[in-house]
Design a protein around this ligand. Structure first.
Ligand SMILES: NC(=O)c1ccc[n+]([C@@H]2O[C@H](COP(=O)([O-])OP(=O)(O)OC[C@H]3O[C@@H](n4cnc5c(N)ncnc54)[C@H](O)[C@@H]3O)[C@@H](O)[C@H]2O)c1
Length: 374
């Protein structure tokens, strides 16, 4: 395996630029590809020069460091210029046909042993790589927004990903100061199935008349986070949340895992173009309102986390680490279940199953009440 020295990034938008800057700051040379010369220039100005200047102004970086990091990054409009890269990370817009085409073009332009990875959020890696010339050199490398701050990276192994490819990507992630976890190719991978179902469950209570402010407060208190799930949805963009929800439902609702449906309220709010109004009403303290929300939220988190490990998408330890790292929950699903006690966890999973959000995971169906080995 050739040592990774030069990293290609296809699509230098929000994610691609953060991934590229992170790699450049870690000592890699970076070549990004954009659609045309104007975008090559404007993206460099916006994401490299302006972003680094802000760090210099805040005293977080010296002007010399800024020159070194920005000097490691160059842009192009041609795939051929990415032939110099040992690794190419695709971070173009979320369109399947476009991504399949990009990997076909990269396969023609780059040497056979180049590692080709996608930062897709919703598509199966195996599907995106169907026209790649050397599938053993392909994988997913899923960063989390904001990619310069969020430390989690899911290293996605598709069926044909080679061991040396996987190991090189784990090593690359660590050298970028990231926390990598190992995930099998699966709809949404490991973290998003938990995050997306959490907001679908919460948003469904809007259809039942619970206020946004109350749902935000319940999610903060239940999960022990400063910024609750309604707030995080606004940060991700409600359009992205809506489409990601639809995609998960399409992949999973008819399987033995199941998935909560996409509430009307989320669709309507996304179509209105406005974010959730986190101060729409006073926070309700009425336990008859709060308890069903809390129970279905936790029950859903416990159900999907159990399904993910039972389907061998991710290990218990990696999912626990991944949730804490990417979502900033002080405790992941398994620590939460162990702490509440497995009898209570079973009761909450039954609440989720009875609400039709998920099917029963094997462990709970068997009434196996042994704590999760953490
Ligand atoms: N934004 C997030 O929170 C987030 C988180 C994780 C993963 N992702 C994934 O990362 C990818 C990029 O998302 P984003 O939010 O950075 O989008 P973005 O729209 O900010 O950036 C995409 C960039 O790709 C460029 N592009 C499109 N086609 C191209 C091509 N053929 N060649 C070169 N450049 C091309 C566009 O000009 C644009 O600058 C998507 O697959 C998305 O699902 C996004």
């Amino acid at each position: 395996m050739k040592e990774i020295q030069t990293v290609g990034v296809v699509g230098f938008g929000v994610m691609g630029a953060a991934i590229g800057l992170n790699a450049a700051a870690s000592g890699y040379r970076v070549i990004y590809k954009e659609l045309n010369e104007d975008l090559v220039a404007s993206m460099y100005d916006k994401w490299v020069l302006q972003a680094l200047r802000k760090r210099v102004d805040k005293g977080k970086m010296s002007p010399e460091e800024m020159d070194t990091v920005s000097g490691r990054i160059t842009g192009t409009t041609r795939y051929e210029d990415l032939a110099a890269c040992e690794l190419v990370i695709e971070a173009a817009v979320e369109k399947m046909d476009l991504k399949i085409q990009i990997f076909q073009d990269l396969s023609s332009a780059c040497p056979q042993d180049t590692l080709l990875v996608s930062n897709t959020s919703t598509f199966l890696i195996e599907k995106l790589m169907e026209k790649a010339a050397n599938p053993s050199r392909t994988a997913g490398l899923h960063y989390f927004f904001p990619a310069n701050v969020n430390k989690l990276v899911e290293v996605i192994r598709q069926r044909e990903t080679g061991d040396d490819t996987y190991e090189a990507l784990m090593e690359f992630s660590k050298r970028n100061g990231k926390v990598p976890i190992t995930v099998r190719d699966f709809p949404g991978f490991a973290i998003n199935p938990i995050f997306i179902s959490s907001y679908l469950v919460l948003d469904s209570f809007l259809d039942a008349g619970v206020s946004v402010a109350t749902l935000e407060d319940i999610s903060q208190k239940t999960l022990g986070v400063r910024f609750g799930i309604m707030w995080v949805q606004n940060g991700s963009g409600l359009g992205t949340c809506y489409h990601a929800g639809e995609s998960m439902v399409e992949y999973l609702s008819d399987t033995d895992i199941g998935y909560p449906s996409v509430p009307e309220a989320l669709k309507a709010q996304f179509e209105s173009g406005k974010p959730w109004n986190l101060e729409d009403e006073a926070v309700s303290t009425d336990e008859t309102v709060r308890k069903p929300v809390r129970e279905r939220l936790l029950g859903g988190i416990f159900a999907i986390a159990s399904h993910l490990v039972e389907k061998e998408v991710v290990s218990i330890q990696d999912l626990e680490l991944g949730v804490r790292t990417s979502l900033a929950w002080p405790k992941g699903p398994f620590a939460l279940m162990n702490e509440l006690g497995m009898n209570e966890a079973l009761r909450l999973v039954k609440v989720s199953v009875e609400a039709g959000d998920f099917k029963m995971p094997r462990k709970f169906g068997d009434e196996d009440l042994s704590p999760w080995p953490l």
